[in-house]
Every structure is written in C-alpha cells, then in structure tokens.
Design a protein. Structure first.
Length: 467
C-alpha cells in the first residue's frame, strides 16, 4: 500500500461512524432515510454546503459537475471544507452512485485532504479517517481508486519538493524508497552515460554540479508477455540553461520533473495493485543550469541513437533527455512506449490547461491512451501528426533541431520526441499546465499528480491487450 494521509475504512452507514458525512445531494434523502431523519432539500449551491443535524452531525452535500474533472473538484472542495471544520473522521456515502461517480468521489477526497508543508516546527499530520459506505456494484473497485489516489499524492509530494532537496541522484533514490519488492531497478549513472554516448542526457546535465542519471524500473506481472514502457521527463530544475528563463515564475520549474513523478508513482501503483501486466519505467533525470560547461545554442550534439541535433535553444531540453530515454526503452525491449512530460508552454496556449495533448503516429495506440485518461477523468486530446509539422524540425546543419519555434510548438516538440521511438508504437503526452497549477483545481494550487491515473488505467488495458 502506498503512503497516504487518509486511513480508509469500510462502514455500515451508522451516523456515529463520523462527525461529518459527505454525499451527493441527489442521494442525501437515502442517507437521511437510513438514519430515520426527516428528509429536507439541500441548499441549491454550486459549491458544497454544510447542514448541521439536530445531534451535531454535519452533512455536506456535493453537486457533481458536468465533467469528470469538475466532479472530482467538487468532492475535493467538500473534503477541504470538512478538514477546515477540524473533524477527526469523515463519512463518505456513495450509495446510488455509478462506478465513475464513485471513482470521482474517492479521487476527489484524496486530492482535497492532501497536505504538503516544510514549515519549521510543523507537526506531522495524523491521517484523516474516512469511512466509506458503498453499494456492491462499486465496492469491488474501491481498492483500485484508493491506490490511484495514493499514487497521485505520492507524485504531488515529489513535485512539490523544492529542487535543492531533489537533485537527480537524490530524486532517483526517492523514487526507489519504499517501492514494492516486485519492482527491479537499474540506475545508469554519469560514467555509463558517457560510455554509451547518450548525447541528449549529457548535454542537458553538463551545466550542473549534480550529475544526470537514468533510473529504470521493471515490474513483471505477466510472465513473458511484452512490456509497456512509461517514460517520464525528469528535469529537477529548469533554469532554461544559457537560454535562460525570466526570473518571474522560475521557482515553479521545480515541477519540470512532473512527468517522471507521474511515471514513478504509476509504476509503484501498478505493482501495489498486482496488475497482470509487464511495465517498464524509464526516468531520465537531469538539472538544466548555465555554467562554463553548459551546452550552448549553435552546438550540434549526437543522441544515443546516432541522430545529430542542432541546439537552437537550451530551454528546449526536455525533448533531448526524452529522446535518449526512448532509445533506452526500445533497446530494453519495449513493445509500446508512452512518454509523459511538462514539455511545452504552448500546450497551455493550445488547450488552456484543461486537457493534456497527445501526439502520435500510431492512431490505435493513441486512441487507447486517450480512452485510458477518459476512464479516470483525466482529459486528453489528440493533435495532428502530419509530416509537414515534422519538416519544421529539420536543420540545415544536422538531422534535426531541438526547437522549431513557437508556431505549432506542442506538435513539433511532440514529433521530435516521436522520432526516437522509430517503429515502436508510441504516444507522447504533454502535461504542461496540468502537472502544476496556480489556480484552484481539484488538487488546489501546486502539484496535481496529473497523469498517474491515466497511466495506471493504460496498464490495466495493457494487461488485456498484450495477451
């Protein structure tokens, strides 16, 4: 079981099980009937509302939104409201909800009760006890949703952690710490990367005193079946390098390893659940800083697979580490590859931080990735992959250039990464604008854990598809 700040319990629905109960307003009458309490109409409000019953028990009514994402935010807001009231236990009444609605409730509760602080003197918060009452039709899936929620919280911890506490080698150790024994790890350190001539990893990591590394985890839950590779961009801090970013907002670049956090958490979740699939995680970890050893605009580097790349911008570093990571995934026998990355600011321009974008040359696999996100309420959208866009990545002095400029930036960056998958079916997911947010979401402000649920859902699909 992954760590969590929630202690989940199964309850009978007795009102004494918790000081505050949360339910969908449509099913509040059923809860009141079970308690022999007179029915009444909950206040009509878009936000969760609290009603105090005669014996002091509080009832919070949730109106689910029009989308899965809005529904999860509504349940998260209700959880935060319960937390502000200082209760020791929360009851979650899920009778009458469909499987998807119940999943949104569980994931929303985990998101809303999440806490992260490094304040001096702060006491370790005790777990919040959540008592769940659900019908037989959803009870069988409860452990899956709870584990996915824990995985999201774990990813959020890693992303929220300041960069000085997670340089590449330290982050690799954090990803491994407490992981299930069914995951077998391999770590490729600096000297091995040099011997391999992994030019993308070496170029990006060269400006930092903290050396880069690639962490690979393998979970073999399906014998000799083929492997699905999950690749996650892991830039532990991105200053932009010599193409330095503006000072405003640079502190949020601690979140540029959000893809690797999602992948590491998903792999651990899959192992905890014992999903019957073979899954490989490839995590390229580096810090992009400027110094006398840093790579420069105008350089030409040679990637692990022999592709030469002209460096147009050192702030387009993520696609370089991903390129080498995809090569490693192929060399280690992956039959399908999906990568997750906070790759382009253009992704927020294209989709407004509402959905993640998907770029792929393999329509069937891309559709499976999109559907996997849909099953857990994480929105993804397929972008075009025409050769005309890839032509924008061509260089006059090398095979490719690492930035095609702002026009169609999310597509061209995704297609650059796709190049390194070669013939292996592959999908690229850009989660920029979703992994870390500055406006209230289901996860509040900061890291969200976006991508974990999609990847676990995809691994469930792979368990059947790879047979």
């Amino acid at each position: 079981m992954l760590p969590s700040n929630i202690a989940w319990e199964t309850g009978s629905g007795a009102r004494a099980d918790a000081a505050v109960w949360i339910t969908d307003v449509r099913h509040a009458p059923g809860l009141l009937m079970a308690w022999n309490e007179p029915a009444f109409d909950m206040p009509d409000s878009e936000t969760p509302v609290v009603v105090r019953l005669s014996d002091g028990v509080q009832l919070i009514g949730v109106r689910s939104g029009a989308s899965r994402g809005k529904a999860q935010k509504a349940w998260a807001d209700a959880a935060r409201l319960a937390g502000r009231n200082g209760v020791d236990g929360v009851g979650l009444w899920l009778h009458g909800l469909s499987a998807d609605e119940a999943a949104d409730a569980v994931l929303g509760l985990e998101a809303g009760l999440y806490r992260y602080t490094l304040k001096s003197g702060a006491q370790a918060e005790k777990s919040t006890r959540v008592v769940v009452v659900a019908g037989d039709q959803v009870a069988g899936r409860m452990s899956l949703w709870q584990e996915i929620g824990r995985g999201r919280s774990l990813a959020r911890d890693w992303v929220n952690r300041p960069s000085n506490l997670k340089p590449p080698l330290a982050l690799a150790a954090q990803f491994r710490e407490g992981a299930p024994a069914t995951i077998k790890w391999e770590q490729i350190d600096l000297e091995q990367l040099r011997a391999m001539e992994a030019g993308g990893m070496l170029a990006v990591g060269n400006g930092s005193i903290h050396p880069p590394c690639v962490l690979i985890g393998r979970y073999q839950g399906a014998g000799d079946a083929p492997f699905l590779a999950l690749v996650g961009k892991g830039i532990t801090f991105d200053s932009g390098g010599l193409s330095i970013k503006p000072a405003q907002g640079m502190g949020n670049m601690k979140a540029d390893m959000g893809g690797s956090a999602a992948v590491a958490a998903a792999l651990r979740t899959v192992a905890e659940l014992g999903i019957a699939a073979n899954v490989m995680a490839v995590l390229p970890l580096a810090e992009n800083l400027p110094d006398g050893e840093a790579f420069r605009p105008g350089d030409v580097i040679t990637m692990l697979d022999g592709t030469t790349v002209e460096i147009v911008s050192t702030d387009a570093e993520g696609r370089l580490v991903l390129g080498d990571a995809l090569t490693l995934a192929r060399e280690r026998g992956a039959s399908r590859i999906v990568d997750v990355a906070t790759l382009t600011g253009a992704n927020t321009v294209v989709l407004g931080g509402v959905k993640a974008s998907v770029v792929s040359h393999h329509n069937e696999f891309a559709a499976a990735v999109k559907e996997a996100g849909g099953r857990v309420g994480e929105g993804l959208w397929l972008l075009p992959d025409d050769d005309d866009f890839m032509d924008m990545n061509r260089s006059a002095v090398a095979d490719l250039k690492n930035s095609a400029g702002r026009p169609a930036g999310t597509i061209t960056a995704g297609l650059f990464v796709c190049h390194f998958a070669r013939e292996t079916p592959h999908a690229h997911i850009d989660i920029a604008g979703l992994a870390y947010v500055e406006k209230p979401s289901a996860s509040g402000v900061g890291a969200t854990g976006f991508g974990v649920a999609t990847l676990v859902s995809l691994c469930e699909w792979w368990a059947d598809a790879a047979v």
